[in-house]
Design a protein around this ligand. Structure first.
Ligand code: TEU
Ligand code: CA
Length: 561
């Protein structure tokens, strides 16, 4: 492997600040609360923290709508408290990777307040404004400039009476898209990035970076069941790689940082450019193919989803092999936008929760790429048993389920089940620290419901037991640090059509690793490749080793010598 990079053998831990740890009893997680828990993350063995946005924001999308990139959200604390947290993390050998949200700003950002004030304001072209459709009156249905839909439901265009034009918002109408074709916008972003890097942050996760260049002329897309064209259709416009190369040349190449681009809708061809090994754009990317393998095509995410293991394996295999030799991959089961891994891909019953969480950790962490651990995944946190929409905060769940009901794609009676399966709030229930009131997250009233299983799913219990999911994740993470085979070995999927077992082989020189994971609650006969018969088991989630069978949710890895 030519020019090895530190972030290729790193493990990243993601914090969603609002739900991580509340230090002042207002029911909302904050930066001093993060500082308190840094030793817990260091103990796990993570090298980097991906910090979801902490910037000033009106919280229409919980911080992904930024009103000042160089100020801290009041609820989260002060810039001084951020500096203390940063210094403490760096002292512990943990880099802070900031969340760079520059496809859009908040509509309360000063740039947008200026831009919307008049057509000839110097900031007008910081955003994307268009006239109503030819011959139609602004604001009337169908007058939008094209048929693009917002990720959060409805049209991606909002009519502004003051100037008689529409502005583009691929997310909420309080998140107007920046116009990256404007060099002034690019310079503003680059100087803000330098400001954070000069403070000593360790890199950036780049929010929906695949959307920053839009298709020429903003043409209509292919309408979905909702009547709108998918917002993802904007991915990879004509200037995208030009802008990322410019960002790399002017900013990133001057620092030794980790960067990961969030790229919904990305093709393999494009991905190989985004995360190319020559380092001219970003280090790695988040693709989404494995995140849609359980979706019902009729409803999209917000319907009754169901695990389809062969599809999941094919998606993971596609990216493990498709990037090989061209680009670097990220590895993740969940994040702040996705349901909890153990509920979605494993089994969150009392009997199998820990076993299947360890199986999922084995399956993911022994693949090729940089693994990401989402807060709570390391203790096997589960989806929340929501009763209904009134408990839900997330704008995406609320708007998309409402839209699916209006379009007759789902029934009202299915809403609780859909929420339990797919709401982003499953990942946003407060971190469960111990079995005391409010799971030790806050002494106040938590901003979002706490999962009732906190009495037995919590970090205190997990860090006290050596057979916990946390202890197992620690082993997986330290294995990666001691093995070039795990970091750099190539990946070969075995038995692709098998709907119960996910097995694969890693190879580096004459070193080989066989990984087998049972995704079911029953015992399965396993035909082990001969070369591993006398191999050495390097990790497994059952105490004793059995060679030719996989017990319920059993996972193990065997080295060939
Ligand atoms: O996510 C964009 C995005 O693709 C996600 O919304 C995800 O694909 C979707 O939830 C799937 O249903 C980023 C942030 O991670 C997300 O939290 C923000 O809401 C969004 O961008 C807008 O900034
Ligand atoms: Ca707080």
């Amino acid at each position: 492997m030519e020019n090895k990079k530190w972030w290729q053998s790193s493990v990243v831990y993601q914090i969603y600040p609002r739900s991580f740890n509340d230090s002042n009893g207002d029911g909302i997680g904050d930066i001093p609360g993060i500082t308190e828990r840094l030793p817990y993350i260091a103990e796990l063995g993570a090298d980097v923290i991906w910090l979801s946005p902490v910037y000033a924001s009106p919280n229409d999308d919980n911080g992904y709508d930024i009103s000042d990139y160089q100020a801290i959200m009041t609820e989260f604390g002060t810039m001084e408290e951020f500096d203390i947290m940063l210094a403490k993390a760096n002292e512990l050998g943990i880099k802070i990777m900031m969340d760079l949200v520059v496809n859009h700003t908040s509509d309360e950002h000063k740039w947008f307040l200026e831009s919307k004030s008049s057509k000839d304001n110097p900031y007008r072209d910081y955003y994307i404004w268009r006239d109503p459709k030819e011959g139609m009156k602004g604001g009337e249905p169908g007058a939008e400039p094209n048929n693009w839909g917002s990720c959060f439901g409805g049209s991606a265009w909002e009519y502004d009476k003051t100037t008689g034009q529409y502005y583009l918002h691929l997310f909420s109408k309080k998140q107007p898209d920046l116009n990256w074709d404007n060099p002034k916008v690019r310079e503003e972003v680059f100087s803000m990035m330098r400001w954070w890097l000069d403070k000593g942050v360790g890199g950036f996760r780049m929010d929906v970076i695949s959307l920053i260049s839009k298709p020429e002329g903003l043409p209509d897309g292919i309408p979905m069941g909702t009547g709108y064209a998918s917002w993802e259709g904007c991915a990879t416009g004509p200037h995208l790689h030009e802008y990322l190369r410019e960002m790399n040349e002017k900013v990133l190449s001057k620092y030794d940082v980790i960067t990961v681009g969030e790229c919904p809708g990305v093709s393999m061809e494009e991905a190989r450019q985004y995360a190319n090994l020559q380092g001219t754009e970003l280090n790695m990317l988040f693709q989404f193919e494995h995140m849609v393998t359980d979706h019902d095509p009729k409803t999209g995410r917000y319907g009754i989803s169901k695990l389809n293991l062969p599809r999941l394996k094919a998606a993971m295999n596609n990216w493990e092999t498709g990037l090989e030799g061209y680009a670097w991959n990220s590895l993740y089961w969940d994040n702040h936008d996705q349901p909890r891994a153990v509920s979605r891909f494993g089994n969150d019953s009392k009997k199998y929760r820990e076993l299947s969480a360890k199986m999922l950790g084995t399956c993911l962490h022994l693949m090729k790429g940089t693994p990401y651990v989402y807060q709570g995944e390391e203790i096997g946190m589960t989806n929340c048993p929501w009763n209904g929409m009134d408990e839900i905060n997330d704008i995406e769940s609320r708007n998309n389920i409402k839209q699916n009901i209006e379009k007759g794609l789902v029934n009202e009676k299915d809403v609780p089940e859909i929420l339990r399966l797919q709401s982003r709030d499953n990942a946003r229930t407060p971190m469960q620290w111990d079995d005391s009131k409010n799971a030790g997250f806050t002494t106040g009233t938590p901003w979002l419901r706490i999962n009732p299983d906190y009495t037995y799913v919590n970090a205190k219990d997990a860090t006290e037991r050596d057979d916990s999911v946390y202890a197992y994740y620690k082993k997986l993470i330290s294995l990666r640090k001691s093995s070039e085979l795990i970091v750099y070995g190539d990946f070969k999927l075995l038995d692709p059509d098998n709907a119960e077992v996910f097995s694969y082989i890693r190879t580096l020189g004459d070193e080989r690793l066989f990984v087998a994971c049972n995704f079911t609650d029953h015992e399965i006969e396993l035909s082990m490749p001969g070369e591993f018969e006398n191999g050495v088991r390097i990790i497994g989630n059952y105490e004793n080793e059995m060679k030719n069978t996989l017990r319920p949710y059993e996972a193990f890895a065997i080295k060939n010598s």
